[in-house]
Design a protein around this ligand. Structure first.
Ligand SMILES: [Zn+2]
Length: 297
């Protein structure tokens, strides 16, 4: 049960709210765990202290429905679910390659889903500590209002996909230095913090696909796993084709590295209007890392 103001239009929600993961997805994956949810690189602990789970936690979010003037739930359905559902089934259930408009529909569905799943107001049926400030994707509410009006995702959201086989061999340590995503002090004195959420879903062949969504306001991010081919950037600019069966597979060690290649905070960077980070020595170091041959190909 998620009550409160609709996260998209602000109206008072009278229904029980949107399920961040739609019911059809739950039915498809009932009992097919383990599933993993990571917030800012850390496994989201269950109340019993465990992290892997056989059941995806039910997550609801205050989103208005068909009895409300804006019907944001209906908008989510027509904008993301209708086009995305067949692609999600093709990719995640049948490991089929997709291309073109199908990739775009798949990617938009994933971004929407992780965005809702990790929203600060999300209510979890199972996980104890999520929903606490600092452990969720902190996209400003105003950005979701704009998204409702325009259909466009907020800026500075990046989604990567990786495939992991927890039982597979280690791929070593492709990340030499963790990337610090600093706290940005904007010209207007406000503060912008990055945040991320990673959702892992099991594939029919026993592997796991990880979707890592990073909100990095006013920061240009280089993900060394993307540079070295271990992760695929899905958003922005979705690839022309996506073949999950042919994607490189990370072992358990690689998975751990993937979910901890960056950390948030630790430094405060003041920037002027129109500027972005990185713009100094740290940024040059990042670009050197990106161009270096230190990662497996
Ligand atoms: Zn609404």
């Amino acid at each position: 049960m998620a009550t409160g103001d609709c996260v998209f239009c602000g109206c008072q929600v009278r229904s029980q709210g949107e399920h961040a993961l739609p019911r059809w997805l739950f039915r498809r994956w009932e009992g097919q765990g383990p599933f993993t949810i990571l917030v800012n690189g850390e496994p989201a602990a269950k109340r019993d202290g465990g992290t892997e789970r056989d059941e995806l936690p039910r997550v609801t979010l205050p989103v208005c429905g068909s009895r409300d003037p804006m019907d944001c739930n209906g908008w989510l359905n027509s904008t993301f679910e209708v086009a995305g559902k067949p692609q999600v089934r093709a990719v995640l259930d049948h490991l089929q390659p997709i291309e073109g408009a199908a990739v775009a529909a798949f990617v938009r569905w994933v971004v929407k889903t992780v965005l809702l799943y990790a929203h600060p107001l999300a209510q979890y049926s199972e996980i104890g500590h999520m929903g606490v400030k600092g452990s969720v994707l902190e996209v400003p509410g105003s950005a979701l209002t704009v998204m409702r009006r325009t259909g466009e995702f907020p800026e500075d959201l990046t989604l990567w996909m990786a495939v992991v086989d927890p039982a597979g061999p280690s791929v070593g340590s492709p990340v030499v230095d963790r990337v610090c995503l600093p706290r940005i002090i904007r010209a207007d004195g406000g503060v912008s913090d990055s945040s991320s959420a990673t959702v892992g879903l099991s594939l029919p062949d026993g592997r796991t696909v990880l979707f890592q969504l990073l909100f990095h306001p006013l920061i240009d991010v280089v993900n060394p796993f993307e540079s070295s081919g271990w992760a695929t950037r899905l958003w922005p600019d979705p690839p022309a084709a996506l073949d999950i069966a042919a994607h490189p597979v990370l072992g358990a060690e690689g998975r751990r590295e993937l979910t901890s290649w960056f950390f948030v905070g630790g430094a405060e960077i003041g920037i002027q209007r129109g500027e972005r980070w990185p713009d100094g020595p740290t940024g040059r170091a990042l670009r050197a890392v990106e161009q270096g041959g230190v990662f497996p190909s």
